[in-house]
Structure formats: structure tokens, C-alpha cells
Design a protein around this ligand. Structure first.
Ligand code: 26M
Length: 824
């Protein structure tokens, strides 16, 4: 009987308007007479989320019925950004919404801007997870994301007197995109003891008991695919005290305060995202977050598998779990524990299942980012898991000993337990041992992990266990949504929007690289995007920038290895050069706007100092009458996904200038080129593959190569070190106090002149400055510049996250898409 009442999603303007008005008047309990933009956003979102959840239900039903292999992407970070615009575009009803909102008296852009970013991530790793979800749904894979529902995402950055100030990001006030599942609750255990006993058959059983229980509550976020009815699920876990509101026993015995404290302690687990990017600090709460999320997710995955009534050995045929860095590595241990302790499987049988289920993606070679847990801390929180890790390690080392007898050093080097004091668990090693595939995220990076940090493991497991999957980005958000005019222009020439589902179709664009009319439109769109960014800069910083100037952008997390300091030193060098010029000479210069943006981890003093210097340089340069429009320096506050959507389409040149061998891939490099910007960059990460695809003449490469870095560092420390002369002049100016109190920057200049210049700023400075001069020259020839821009976009097909996900599916997960049409 219920079938005839099933929800029918809206398809036209009138139905959409009806839904919006209904939500304003009932869900929001307001009158249309005082419906402001916030309410319009809320109502439009509710209309779309009703649609999504209908498709979500159908997709889940279909996937359950199909009973195929599912992919689970475990990530502590999902940097989703806004959902409404994405939902409208993916379900193909943005035009309907646009018309409807106009009829109701709103501008769709203003409505979209009401939404708070879902900023549950730090940077590249978190945004990659979000692009992957978009591709998985768009390609019709049966895939779930699992993460934590942080109450506070990455902090909001304010710049006060040139300094970064962190403000909490409380984003859950109104979030129409999540569905609480109060019926899906998992008990998660911490602390306690392990008891060993023999069962009736004489088998050794380990029982983990005592300690405390925290509840994990599921919140589901629907992930719509682009132009497909597949709507996948992102399940985020929220922590809650096991005793509910509070502990009644304690309450009745008069211990009210401590019962409330228990509750707060439980809720702390999912309270806040750790704001470190590429830095591990080994905090107990972080370990609690990891186990809490991993245990809840595995419980869910195992429960779903058990419903199919299959034999355990079929688990890896039904389940692929991808570990987004080492953060979820405990999942390996937890699954082994479930199979051995709770399900009664033999160790070896269980281990074969476990190691065939997991794949591990490495995202960094920076030593300070490789996770290690202190054994005593770990032992206290997860006593049974420590025993299992010791057993995994024992069996692993025994097998190494058999294959490489008498290589004692090798055993110590590859041991999952580092024999330091205190002893430390090396999570990357555990992840390698417990997975069937390990991958890096760009060719150079995948080669580097094989020859440096994981070298011994390549010998032990053979080279086939290690593979490369070069990162990609979703063209839906990063072209179609962020740059609709460019997307439409491309579509008008190459036969529609098909390139959004097969990005290699962009190659059709190459024949327009010399088309006069086309080039004019291309240039106009870039200019319009720059006007838009100029307006944003004016309204947020008060700085006036000329949209005709060359926009030079570096936006990413602040980190010494990414070398924003080299960029700002280059800006100072440019400033000094301008100051030394005659008015005649100045006329020949290419006007430039140097745009920076990015957050520093709150405890990362050097990164904060770089932000401070950028702002102080801006304050001087932007107010110097000699300079005028020739140079402006802007720091865009609170760089996030929605700011990226404004900034990236407006760039002429973007900087990806990490010390060679340090940036695993980079993904914004791909976003900038896809939006018609050129790149100045080092031979690092995906820059190398971008160069291969678009051609050397379309990119400004400079600097030392990864293979030379070690020798250069050695020379710094043991040879004679001389600062690059141009950089020395820049440092002199900083020390003179031209950019404020010199003492504030002495640690920064000192790290280079006095402490080894670990990131090779001085070594690369000369070629950096020279290459920037080439950029100036090239920009003067707009005709050639635009051709380079078009050619580059035409050759970016490889960098879609669709290609990337297909590679994971084929070489790591062994899964195929489940097309909804096929199932009908
Ligand atoms: C670790 C321990 C404790 C707290 C936080 C962390 C941590 C958080 C984020 C460590 C690393 C984190 O992110 C690393 C990251 O974003 N790596 C980037 O991954 C991108 C996607 O593969 C690459 O494109 C970037 O080059 C790489 O830096």
C-alpha cells in the first residue's frame, strides 16, 4: 500500500518553489514575509536534501540487493566545503533552483553564500578524500566514507595586526546535510585489562574487560554523484557518554558534578579536529579519536558483512578498506581482534583475511609527520591491541628472519616496535605489514617511498606490493562549479558538458589554442574572475588591486617545506628592485599582485612568523607611492574550500615551490591549471607529471632536483655556507627594520643563514628570481600567454579524480561500478 505514497522528488520550478515555501512555513516555522537569505538558504537546502535522501535510500537498497563488493574509505578528514551548490549541479537542477529563487525574490549566489563550509580537514589529504567521494558516487561505485563528526572543524583564521589568531569553528548550528541515526549506536571500549583463560576445548582465549565505554552515534551525509542517481553515504561518528544524559547512580549518590564531567569527557572525543597538517604530536586524545572511529566503523562494516551469511574467508571479496594515511591503521589490529577474540578464528586464517582487506595510502615522507605511538600510553588505553601488535610483529620478524637469515640490523630496522625509550609503535610499518597494497600519490613520491623510508619493505615484500596512484581532482567542483563561465565556454566548443565525466575530452579544445575569437572570450572570463577576486580583496582587506595586473597566487597550508618564505623574500627583492629604478624603467614592468593565503598550525611558530612577515611587507609595499600598482601584497584571511573556489579561477600564475622531494603530490597545482592559470614550480610531486602532460614550454620550472637535496644539505652542514647575494640583501632590509621589528623575524632568517637552511631557500633563490623575471616577460605577450593557458587546460584530462578512482578500483580494490540503470 505504501508504494503509492513514496516521495517523488521535485523536477520543475513550480514544484521546487512549493517545496521551499513549505519548508519556510513548516520546517522553519516562519512566514514568507520575513524570509531572509538565511531562511531561503535553509529552505532550498532542505528541498534538495529531501531529494538526496530519497535517492540515497534507493541507492542503498540497490547496493544491498546487488550484494557486490563495497569500498570503505577511512579518513580522519573530509574537507567537503559547501554542499548546496554541489547538490544542485550534481542532480542537474541548478537552473530550476535559480529560476525558483529568482521568482521568490532572491539571487542564487547570495543564497549559496549563506552556507558554512564543512571544514572537517586540514588541507590536501582531507580535500582529496572529498574529491574521491564525489568520483566514487559519480562513477557508481558502491562506496562509503567513514570519518568523525567533529563539533569544531579547522579553526577560523583571523589576522589581527598581522598575526594569525585562531577562532573556533562551530559549524553545526544548522546543518541540513546530515541525518542523525540515533538507532545506529556502537559501544566503544577503552582502558581496562586483558584476562587469559582456556575454553572447554583447551583453546587460549583473551578477554578484554573493564575500563570504560563511550557510545558512537552515526550521522549520515548523502553524497550525490554527478548526473547519476547514485547517492552514496559518508558516515560520521559522534561520541556520547554511555550512561546517556548522566550517570544516575552518581547523581543519586550526590555526585552530580562528576557525572556531568563523565559525559563531557566522552563528548570530547569527537569535539575537535587536530589542526596539524604534516605533524604528529602523539597526544592521547588523538589516539582515542582514532580508535573510537576505527572501532565504530569496523563494527558497522562487519555487521553488514555478517548479514550476507557468507563464510569469513569471503570477507576480502566483499570488503575493501582503504586507509587514508596511517591515521586509521588501528583498523588492521581491530579486525584481527574481532576475528580472533570474538569470532574464534585461528590467527593465520584471520591474518590472511585482514591483510587482503586493507590498502594503505602514504601521503608524506616528512619524518615529523610519520605517526608513532608511545608503547606505555598505548598499553594503558588499548591493552589487548598492544598484545596483538606484538604478535603481528613477532610473526612478521620471524618470516623476515627466515628469508634473510642473520641480517640482525634488518630486523631492528623494520620492527614495528622501535627500541627507543619509551618504545614506540611505528604506524606506517604496521600499515604496510597489514595491507596488500601500499601506494604513494604521485610518481616521484611513490618512487621516493620505495627508495627511502620503505626501502627495506620493498626487499621483504617484493616491488609489486608498492604502487603509484597519482592524485586527481573532481572537475565538477573545481571547474564547473568554481568557474561556470569557463565550463560553459568549453562546452560550447567541444559538444557539451561530457568532459565533466570524461576529462580527457578536453583535448578537443587544443584546436582553439590559436582561435582569435575563442582566445578573446577565454581572456574575458579570466578577467571577470579577477574582478570578482579583486572585489573580495577590497571588501575583506581594504586593499585595492588592479585586475589588469598579473595575479600571482600561493594558497595552501603554511609550512616551511612549501616555502612561502621564499615567495615573500622574492616579493621583497622585487620591491627593492622597483625602489632602485627610475620612473622610466618602472614603466616597463609588469604590474603584479602577490596573493597569499593559508593557515598555520597553532603551535607552529615559524609558519606564524611567515604570515606575520607577509602582512608586514604588505603594509609597507601597498602604501609606498613609488610602487603604486606595480606591486601589491595581499594575505587573504581564512583560506578554505569556498575561498579557493573564488581564488583559483582568478589566478594568472600560481606557486608550487616546495623543496624538491617534500611535497608528495599537491592537488591545487591541478586545480589552477584546469582553470587556465600557469604554474611556477619546482620538480616536485605532481608538478612533474603536469609538466609531462602539458609540455615543458607551458610551465615555469626552476630549482634543484630531489636527487641533489641530500648532498646540498650535507654541504650546508659540513662545507662552507654562503647566502645567495640577492637573498642577503633581502635579509639586510629585514634586519634594518623596514618591515617592522627585526627581532620578530630573526628566527626565520636565522633558520636559513645560521641553522643549515634545511629547505634550500638560498640554493633555489637565484633560479626562483630569474624564473619570476621570465614570468613577467611572458605575461607581456598576452597572445602567447592565452595560447599556453588553453593548451594546458586541453591537456589536463589525466588529472581527474575519476581516473584516479578507476586506478584504485582496478589495481587495489578489485571492484567494478554498479550502474543504477543496469539494476532497474
Ligand atoms: C598527524 C598526526 C596528528 C595530527 C595530524 C596529523 C596529520 C594530519 C593531516 C598528518 C598529515 C596530514 O595531512 C597530510 C597531507 O595533507 N598531505 C598531503 O596529501 C595530499 C593528498 O595526497 C598531497 O597532495 C600533499 O602533497 C600532501 O602534503
Amino acid at each position: 500500500a505504501w508504494k503509492k505514497y513514496q516521495t517523488r522528488p521535485f523536477t520543475n520550478t513550480e514544484q521546487f518553489e512549493r517545496e521551499v515555501v513549505r519548508h519556510v512555513e513548516t520546517t522553519l516555522a516562519r512566514s514568507m514575509f520575513n524570509c531572509d537569505e538565511t531562511a531561503a538558504y535553509a529552505a532550498a537546502s532542505l528541498a534538495f536534501r529531501d531529494r538526496l535522501i530519497t535517492e540515497w535510500n534507493r541507492t542503498q537498497q540497490r547496493q544491498t540487493f546487488a550484494d557486490g563488493k563495497r569500498v570503505y574509505y577511512l579518513s580522519l578528514e573530509f574537507l567537503m566545503g559547501r554542499a548546496l551548490d554541489n547538490a544542485m549541479l550534481n542532480v542537474g537542477l541548478k537552473n530550476v533552483a535559480q529560476q525558483g529563487l529568482t521568482d521568490l525574490g532572491f539571487r542564487i549566489e547570495d543564497v549559496i553564500e549563506q552556507e558554512h563550509d564543512a571544514a572537517l580537514g586540514n588541507g590536501g589529504l582531507g580535500r582529496l578524500a572529498a574529491c574521491f567521494l564525489d568520483s566514487l558516487a559519480s562513477l557508481n561505485f558502491a562506496a562509503w566514507g567513514y570519518g568523525l563528526r567533529y563539533r569544531y572543524g579547522i579553526f577560523k583564521q583571523e589576522i589581527i595586526d598581522g598575526y594569525q589568531v585562531e577562532v573556533p569553528d562551530y559549524w553545526l548550528d544548522f546543518n541540513p546535510w546530515e541525518f542523525p541515526r540515533h538507532d545506529i549506536v556502537v559501544d566503544i571500549q577503552f582502558y581496562g585489562n586483558v584476562r587469559k583463560y582456556q575454553d572447554s576445548q583447551g583453546k587460549q582465549i583473551s578477554l578484554w574487560d573493564g575500563g570504560e565505554i563511550v557510545k558512537a552515534v552515526a550521522y549520515d551525509v548523502p553524497i550525490p554523484g554527478f548526473e547519476t542517481s547514485t547517492t552514496n553515504n559518508l558516515r560520521l561518528w559522534s561520541s556520547k557518554a554511555a550512561s546517556g544524559e548522566f550517570d544516575f547512580q552518581k547523581f543519586n549518590s550526590g555526585d552530580y558534578e562528576s557525572s556531568v564531567a563523565d559525559q563531557q569527557r566522552a563528548e570530547t572525543i569527537s569535539a575537535v579536529l587536530y589542526p596539524n597538517d604534516n605533524l604528529d604530536r602523539g597526544k592521547e586524545l588523538r589516539l582515542k579519536q582514532q580508535y573510537f572511529w576505527v572501532a565504530a566503523s569496523l563494527y558497522d562494516i562487519v555487521r553488514r558483512f555478517k548479514k550476507s551469511k557468507r563464510a569469513w574467508k569471503e570477507f576480502p571479496d566483499q570488503v575493501a578498506i582503504q586507509l587514508n594515511d596511517t591515521h586509521p591503521t588501528l583498523a588492521i589490529v581491530e579486525l584481527q581482534r574481532i576475528l580472533v577474540d570474538l569470532e574464534g578464528l585461528d590467527w593465520d586464517e584471520a591474518w590472511a583475511i585482514v591483510s587482503n582487506t586493507f590498502g594503505y595510502t602514504n601521503h608524506t615522507v616528512l619524518p615529523e609527520a610519520l605517526e608513532k605511538w608511545s608503547v606505555p600510553l598505548f598499553q594503558n588505553l588499548l591493552p589487548r591491541h598492544l598484545q596483538i601488535i606484538y604478535d603481528i610483529n613477532l610473526f612478521f620478524l620471524q618470516s623476515v628472519e627466515r628469508t634473510f637469515p642473520k641480517e640482525r640490523d634488518l630486523l631492528a630496522r623494520v620492527s614495528i616496535i622501535e627500541e627507543s625509550s619509551p618504545k614506540m609503535i611505528r604506524m606506517a610499518y604496521l600499515a604496510i605489514v597489514g595491507s596488500h597494497k601500499v601506494n604513494g600519490v604521485a610518481e616521484l613520491h611513490s618512487d621516493l617511498i620505495k627508495t627511502t623510508i620503505f626501502k627495506d619493505f620493498v626487499r621483504i615484500f617484493g616491488p609489486d606490493k608498492f604502487t603509484n596512484v597519482t592524485n586527481g581532482i573532481t572537475p565538477r567542483r573545481w571547474l564547473h562549479q568554481a568557474n561556470p563561465r569557463l565550463s560553459e565556454l568549453i562546452a560550447s566548443k567541444i559538444g557539451g558538458l561530457g568532459f565533466l565525466k570524461d576529462l580527457t575530452l578536453l583535448s578537443e579544445l587544443e584546436k582553439y589554442a590559436d582561435d582569435k575569437e575563442f582566445k578573446k572570450e577565454w581572456q574575458e572570463i579570466k578577467y571577470a574572475n579577477k574582478v570578482r577576486l579583486a572585489r573580495h580583496i577590497k571588501s575583506t582587506t581594504g586593499i585595492t588591486v588592479n585586475p589588469a595586473a598579473l595575479f600571482d597566487v600561493q594558497v595552501k597550508r603554511m609550512h616551511e617545506y612549501k616555502r612561502q618564505q621564499m615567495n615573500i623574500f622574492g616579493v621583497i627583492h622585487r620591491y627593492l628592485t622597483i625602489k632602485a629604478m627610475t620612473p622610466e624603467e618602472r614603466k616597463k614592468l609588469t604590474p603584479r599582485v602577490s596573493i597569499f593565503g593559508g593557515k598555520a598550525a597553532p603551535g607552529y611558530w615559524m609558519a606564524k612568523t611567515i604570515i606575520h612577515l607577509i602582512n608586514n611587507v604588505g603594509a609597507v609595499v601597498n602604501n609606498d607611492k613609488d610602487v603604486g600598482d606595480l606591486l601589491k601584497v595581499v594575505f587573504v584571511e581564512d583560506y578554505n574550500v569556498s575561498k579557493a573556489e573564488i581564488i583559483i579561477p582568478a589566478s594568472d600564475v600560481s606557486e608550487h615551490i616546495s623543496t624538491a622531494g617534500t611535497e608528495a603530490s599537491g592537488t591545487s597545482n591541478m586545480k589552477f591549471v584546469l582553470n587556465g592559470g600557469l604554474i611556477i614550480g619546482t620538480c616536485d610531486g605532481a608538478n612533474i607529471e603536469i609538466t609531462r602532460e602539458i609540455g615543458e614550454s607551458n610551465i615555469f620550472l626552476f630549482g634543484n632536483l630531489a636527487e641533489d637535496v641530500e648532498d646540498l644539505r650535507h654541504a650546508h652542514n659540513y662545507g662552507s655556507y654562503t647566502l645567495d647575494p640577492a637573498l642577503a640583501r633581502v635579509f639586510d632590509e629585514i634586519k634594518k627594520g623596514t618591515f617592522g621589528d627585526a627581532a620578530a623575524f630573526s628566527a626565520l632568517t636565522g633558520s636559513i643563514e645560521d641553522h643549515g637552511d634545511y629547505y634550500l631557500v638560498s640554493d633555489d633563490f637565484h633560479s626562483y628570481v630569474q624564473t619570476q623575471a621570465l614570468v613577467d616577460e611572458a605575461y607581456k605577450n598576452q597572445d602567447e600567454w592565452i595560447s599556453k593557458s588553453i593548451t594546458s587546460v586541453a591537456r589536463m584530462g589525466f588529472f581527474s579524480s575519476d581516473r584516479c578512482i578507476n586506478e584504485y578500483a582496478e589495481s587495489i580494490w578489485n571492484v567494478e561500478p554498479q550502474s543504477p540503470e543496469q539494476a532497474e
